[in-house]
Write a protein that binds this ligand. Structure first.
Ligand SMILES: [Zn+2]
Length: 333
């Protein structure tokens, strides 16, 4: 049993309280390799932004759970080395799908876990979420739950009204589970293809897809039911078109990749939305940088010569998100 407190991590409780009151959101960046982690910590330390390091079940399998845990521990020390006196860093499990997985993360030094039982019937979602909350809270680990179903690229069904979180359920759900934050579905979606072309309109000038707007009415309805309660948005990459263009110009193939416009995320950050998950955008930044090196310098075979530029590009992206989209810079001096 390792307590996150011993390794200098924090849970999300205070962080979210301040974010809701201050009208900004905390970035939750997924990581599964060293360069990504360096970029996240450099960007957070330079901007003095609280940050959530997210690890999915897949990342744990890919990178090894022990290694990831020590990387997060190293991240705290690295942040101090960069001159960030009091780093506010959370290590969070993204989309935990079982009690056992959540428990294992709590026992291994995570300061926050998500239990995603949103695909289960309502009462089962409550029961599983409550079981995780009861365990995690013994160790002061915070728990994110999910209500409503996000559309994703693999989904057969297009995002429609029935997928959104039902505002009439949120009070009952939050009260009975005791969860610390709630991921909701208001039209965001996982992956780099968040919407099918038939769900979008097309900009006549650029030919690019224009996605349907987020359901702010549903968000505001939820905020009214649970005033001040921390809300989380998943699937909130913006899929920057400059990265898609670089990828496509250097041998890639990402037709009609489309994300959530940053203005809408900025607007959401000012509400009770206090955690915004970003994963695809850093994958795109990394891929664009690597593809460019491979195309420009076919003779290059030192990984540092393409992973280095990839790291720099990700750092640029993270800083942009922190400063221009989420507004979390300077919130963890
Ligand atoms: Zn997610």
């Amino acid at each position: 049993m390792v307590s996150y407190k011993e390794i200098g991590l924090v849970n999300t409780r205070e962080m979210f309280k301040k974010a809701v009151a201050g009208g900004y959101a905390i970035p939750a960046f997924n990581f599964n390799n060293m360069e990504q982690l360096q970029a996240i910590i450099q960007a957070s330390a330079e901007t003095k932004s609280p940050v959530i390091l997210q690890v999915s079940k897949g990342a744990r399998n890919y990178a090894n759970q022990t290694l990831l845990r020590y990387m997060a521990e190293g991240a705290v020390e690295y942040a101090k080395e960069l001159g960030w006196e009091h780093p506010q860093i959370v290590l969070h499990l993204d989309h935990g799908d079982s009690f056992e997985l959540c428990k294992s993360c709590v026992d291994m030094g995570f300061s926050s876990v998500m239990i995603d039982a949103s695909s289960l019937p309502y009462e089962e979602n409550i029961a599983l979420t409550k079981k995780v909350v009861d365990y995690a809270h013994q160790y002061d680990v915070t728990v994110e739950a999910e209500l409503g179903v996000l559309a994703g690229v693999e989904d057969e069904v297009a995002a429609e009204e029935s997928h959104y979180t039902r505002p009439e359920e949120v009070i009952d759900f939050a009260t009975r589970t005791g969860c610390d934050s709630l991921a909701i579905s208001i039209g965001t979606s996982h992956g780099a293809y968040k919407f099918k072309p038939e769900q979008c309109t097309r900009d006549p000038k650029t030919g690019r897809l224009v996605p349907p707007p987020l359901a702010f009415d549903v968000l505001h309805e939820i905020e009214k039911k649970l005033p001040g309660f921390p809300i989380v948005l998943h699937g909130s990459s913006s899929v920057p078109q400059e990265y898609v263009d670089i990828i496509n110009a250097n041998g890639g193939k990402l037709p009609d990749a489309v994300g959530i416009p940053e203005e809408q995320l900025r607007e959401a950050s000012k509400s009770a939305v206090c955690k915004i998950n970003i994963d695809s955008d850093s994958r795109l930044a990394m891929t664009a940088a690597i593809r460019k090196v491979f195309n420009d310098k076919p003779g290059e075979f030192d990984p540092r010569k393409y992973l280095g530029p990839a790291r720099d590009e990700m750092k640029k992206l993270y800083m942009h998100k922190i400063i221009n989209v989420l507004g979390s810079d300077g919130k963890a001096e």
